[in-house]
Design a protein. Structure first.
Lengths: 306, 365, 354
């Protein structure tokens, strides 16, 4: 393995959970719902995936359970904000508090156990391509899912009728409702999709990234994922770019430290955050283009008039 | 069976009052079930959560210390959120307030004068406001989404503070441990009633900010402007209000209050700069702002209640050995119930069964 | 019904009796992290459990976990003092000022603060010479590493961590004078993912041994995946790398907590400034594994020499990073300098913030 290859591999591992959680949140926000509970859903996914993998011995079952757990947990948010029209920002933050506490409770007996690692699946022929083969086609299942989800979501949003409806709801739930689209039902499904993605992102943390369970192991990645959706101005391919940019700068700064440049580590650690701001400043200067992709009814509650 | 909401013609004053109590009732029931399931006596647990912190005078002081920064930040944020500006980075503005406000007591540590403290507070407010000005500037000049920029700047502020206290601002007499000099007496926020506990001027600032903001939102043109532009930028423009100016106003206002909270915390409760000066006050305050329904008076109450759950969680850990994770879960319950019950203010909630729905449908046709 | 009343009254009598016998000594612990963090806080909590088991009914232990440094810590300590705690251990450097502040208000309560430097009439400061263990690790690394470069994952540049880096390097240079260290700071005590990334970055840059001054087992797992060797930190991390861990520095606070509680019970507790090492049992080395016999022998010899006092890691000649002399041949560093250590010795590629 060459140095460049090794670095790229590290970047993919760091970027995958961000990408998954962000792509899920992107769908949620495209439907007009702002769920700030990503951090909580990731951490629930992580603990349940780990526990399930330990109990069944299968990392795949673990990942599945992690996804299901994230999805179930997001239902709590959906019920409050969609059925009871509670404030979305506050409910999302409360979901994070609950998720961090609950995961600590569930995970108490699993702390310190050696985890089950999700193994790599080499895709025949493709994985032997020089340079990119090992990187792109000899990875774990969650990596493949994360890449697939970008193109899947992109296709769904822009090429299918359902996707069009979902975007319509996000832009103007009133008009969408008038056209006979079921706003609440679609939003429920979107939130659940976001929860499942965040759950899978959590599973990646506890089954691939560092196969173990430790409290608060999401370590703020949910917040970064939220920022990446904004960074991407709600476009799936840009989420891919954003997650990998963030991952690359994060890993790059560690390498810069190891090379011993003598720059205070705090400044290097701040680079990923500054880089995302600067790139966003550059790409969002076109006001019209940005507005076009921003879901206009983001964060607003909807109650059908009868 | 499903749940249906019906909008009330006007918001219900009755439920406006009642909903917090209904939420409390539900939380107590859910909490009792949770604690019993974990083998703890539910009465003891609930007592230590809600009552024990209120039974002693010193603990009441601590309640105010904990609540003050939450209220100060949340009151500022309420103006921001009402004007539809999404400042998620109050945590960073809190930190920068603490940093800028500490310049005087760190560089002029032998200066003992009555002007030191006011100077610190003003500089803290300026520090917070300027830091909040960055997302505002980026939003108005470059159309950069403020959720991302304000959030990312939190991490930058944390690392900046970390570098300061480990590098240039490290206490020269402190064995190279990461903290600044201790502030001298004239740079410490005075305690209100030193005989009975440690509550300092911070809570007074919180109270003043609450009342002034309430007055502004209720009785001043500026408050009207905030609401109009928040509801619809277009309508605001027709009324002759500038949304660019409003973006700056909202961010600078909330940043200044977060900065004031930061320097008050550093000067009053901590007494020096250290790597960690905030247990995520800036994020918790977002919840406080919405729990208080973006109304300054409501925020004051919400800040006290949230602070109580932190103190209660500790009391429960000590007196009945309730794990700290359970305390967090219980806190989550409380928040969910409060948010859910607020629905009752604007809506009637009805359970609709399939049969009932059908007969209704027939009746209508 | 009668039986029930009888049972209840007996229970009441019993409880009165046990209450009357002798009130248990209440010992309280303040933790900065979660008691199951697998590292720093967990080591303290194991110490608390040993204390509880040692004294049984005679002590009551209470703890608060995940307490942020600052006003929250001050409030927590005051709550301890008011709830009848007689001896309070505060187990993070950032708890030093809050501890002193509360101690002033409660002169009859005894306080012990870990890893700080200030003491008072009723406040003892206690610490462990972790760097002694680091020296042994360095010795092992010096013998095992083929490239002569080790990767060091640091949390924050505080003297304790700097001591560790220097001591590790001195140990390694005693075998291979050209030995060097690459340092990566993750600016966190506990972030498994970030620590793992740092380990990967270091390995990618060619180091073939990893050591860490952060608390998660992330780096150990990475080392095990990449097939290189590593050292554990704070707790025995052998489960995370059965074929990877060479040894680990294990914090063993239990004996100290028992000793101090006993002193309190006997009425002999006095304020002290304690900096114990391997000889006192406040830290231990996990079993030496995954290494050839000669390296194991050398490690054990080094450990024996440190325990007996024959070997002090910071003994000259030692040259600073900038090439100036720190200690002359045979000269030993004094505790004051060590406690505030903020410079590297020759062979570290990193710069400390000044």
């Amino acid at each position: 393995m060459t140095l460049a290859e090794a670095i790229l591999l590290t970047i993919t591992t760091a970027a995958t959970p961000l990408l998954l959680a962000a792509i899920g949140e992107l769908v949620v926000e495209r439907s007009g719902v702002l769920n700030l509970g990503v951090e909580g859903m990731i951490v629930i996914g992580a603990v349940v995936a780990f526990a399930a993998a330990q109990l069944t011995g299968s990392a795949y079952l673990g990942a599945l359970f992690g996804m299901a757990a994230g999805c179930l947990f997001s239902l709590l948010f959906a019920f409050l904000t969609l059925t009871l029209v509670a404030n979305q920002v506050a409910t999302g933050l409360a979901l994070t508090i609950l998720g961090l506490g609950l995961s600590g409770m569930i995970g108490e007996s699993f702390v310190g156990q050696r985890g089950v690692q999700l193994d790599e699946i080499a895709i025949p022929f493709l994985s032997s391509i020089p340079l990119i083969g090992n990187l792109l086609f000899n990875q774990d299942l969650i990596f493949y899912v994360s890449i697939f989800s970008v193109f899947g979501v992109s296709w769904f949003l822009f090429k299918t009728r359902l996707g069009l409806q979902l975007r319509a709801i996000g832009d103007s739930h009133g008009s969408a409702h008038a056209l006979g689209i079921s706003v609440i039902k679609t939003r429920y499904l979107a939130v659940m999709f976001g929860g499942a993605c965040a759950g899978l992102a959590g599973a990646q943390l506890s089954l691939v990234y560092t196969p173990q369970w430790v409290e608060n192991m999401s370590a703020g990645r949910g917040w970064i994922a939220l920022a990446l959706v904004v960074f991407a101005s709600w476009r799936p391919l840009r989420v891919l770019a954003g997650a990998y940019l963030f991952g690359a700068v994060t890993i790059g700064q560690l390498h810069a430290q190891a090379l011993g440049f003598g720059i205070p580590s705090q400044f290097l650690s701040a680079l990923p955050y500054l880089a995302t701001i600067i790139v966003l400043v550059i790409i969002s200067r076109n006001r019209r283009l940005t507005l076009m992709n921003t879901p206009a009814s983001l964060g607003q509650s909807f109650v059908p008039d009868r | 069976m499903r749940i249906e909401l019906e909008k009330r013609p006007a918001h219900s004053a009755l439920f406006s009052m009642l909903s917090p109590f209904i939420a409390l009732g539900l939380t107590i029931i859910a909490g009792a079930i949770l604690f019993t399931a974990l083998g703890k006596n539910p009465f003891d647990a609930l007592y230590s959560f809600f009552i024990e912190p209120l039974t002693e005078l010193w603990s009441l002081h601590e309640l105010l210390i904990k609540a003050a920064p939450l209220i100060l930040i949340a009151v500022g944020l309420s103006v921001c959120f009402r004007s539809n500006n999404w400042n998620i980075g109050a945590e960073g503005q809190f930190i920068m307030g603490g940093v800028v406000g500490s310049i005087v007591p760190i560089y002029f540590h032998e200066w003992n004068s009555f002007v030191v403290l006011p100077l610190m507070l003003i500089m803290g407010m300026i520090g917070g406001a300027l830091y909040a000005g960055i997302p505002a500037l980026l939003k108005t000049r470059f159309n950069t989404n403020e959720i991302l920029s304000s959030l990312m700047l939190v991490y930058v502020a944390e690392l900046f503070l970390d570098w300061l206290v480990r590098g240039p601002w490290r206490n020269p007499e402190g064995f190279n441990f990461p903290e600044s000099r201790s502030f001298n007496d004239s740079a410490v926020l005075p305690e209100l009633f030193p005989a009975s506990g440690g509550a300092n001027l911070g809570i007074v600032f919180a109270l003043i900010a609450t009342l002034l903001t309430w007055f502004m939102m209720r009785h001043m043109l500026k408050g009207f402007e905030v609401s109009v532009l928040g509801q619809s930028a277009r309508a605001g423009r027709f009324a002759g209000f500038s949304s660019t100016k409003m973006i700056f106003f909202a961010f600078l206002f909330s940043g200044a209050l977060a900065g004031l909270a930061g320097i008050s915390e550093v000067s009053g409760a901590i007494g020096r700069l250290q790597p960690d000066i905030s247990p995520a006050y800036g994020f918790t305050a977002i919840i406080v702002a919405f729990l208080g329904r973006l109304n300054p008076l409501g925020i004051f109450a919400a800040g006290i209640i949230l602070a109580l759950t932190y103190l209660g969680g500790e009391a429960a850990q000590i007196s009945i050995g309730l794990p700290d994770k359970v305390a967090r879960v219980f806190q989550g319950f409380l928040l969910f119930f409060v948010l859910a019950c607020d629905t009752l203010i604007h809506y009637r909630v009805r359970l609709v069964t399939a049969i009932k729905a059908r007969t209704e449908g027939e009746g209508a046709s | 019904m009668k039986k029930l009343i009888l049972a209840l009254s007996t229970a009441a009598i019993l409880s009165v009796a046990s209450g009357a016998a002798q009130a248990a000594t209440k010992v309280c612990f303040l933790y900065v992290g979660s008691k199951t963090d697998g590292g720093w806080t967990q080591a303290h909590d194991i110490g608390r459990q040993e204390l509880q088991n040692h004294f049984g009914d005679k002590v009551e232990t209470v703890f608060l976990e995940n307490v942020p440094e600052g006003p929250d810590a001050e409030r927590a300590i005051e709550r301890f003092a008011r709830s009848g705690c007689e001896l309070i251990f505060t187990t993070s450097f950032g708890f030093m000022e809050p501890t002193l502040k509360v101690a002033k208000k409660f002169p009859d309560v005894k306080f012990e603060h870990a890893t700080g430097y200030k003491t008072e009439e009723n406040v003892t400061s206690y610490n462990s010479r972790f760097y002694e263990g680091r020296y042994i690790q360095g010795k092992i690394a010096g013998m095992m590493s083929k490239v002569g470069v080790a990767g060091y994952i640091g949390s924050f540049p505080i003297p304790e961590v700097v001591q560790g880096i220097n001591s590790f390097l001195l140990g390694a240079q005693s075998v291979n004078p050209d030995f060097a260290i690459k340092v990566v700071w993750v600016n966190s005590w506990f972030d498994a993912g970030k620590e793992a990334d740092a380990a990967k970055a270091l390995i990618d840059q060619g180091v073939d041994i990893i050591t860490q001054h952060t608390d998660s087992t992330g780096p150990m797992q990475v080392a095990s995946e990449r097939g290189i060797k590593a050292f554990g930190q704070a707790s025995d991390m052998i489960d995370a790398g059965p074929e990877t861990q060479l040894t680990a520095i294990v914090d063993t606070w239990g004996a100290y907590y028992i000793k101090r509680t006993q002193a309190l019970m006997d009425g002999t507790w006095t304020t002290q400034s304690i900096w114990d090492g391997l000889a006192d049992g406040i830290l231990q080395m996990a079993p030496y594994t995954n290494m050839p016999d000669d390296v194991k022998q050398a490690a054990m010899d080094t450990e024996a020499k440190i325990v007996s006092g024959e070997l002090k890691p910071f003994t000259g000649p030692i040259t600073k990073q900038d090439g100036t002399e720190w200690l002359k041949a045979g000269e030993e560093a004094d505790d004051g300098t060590l406690l505030g250590l903020n410079f590297y010795i020759k062979g570290v590629d990193d710069q400390l913030p000044q």
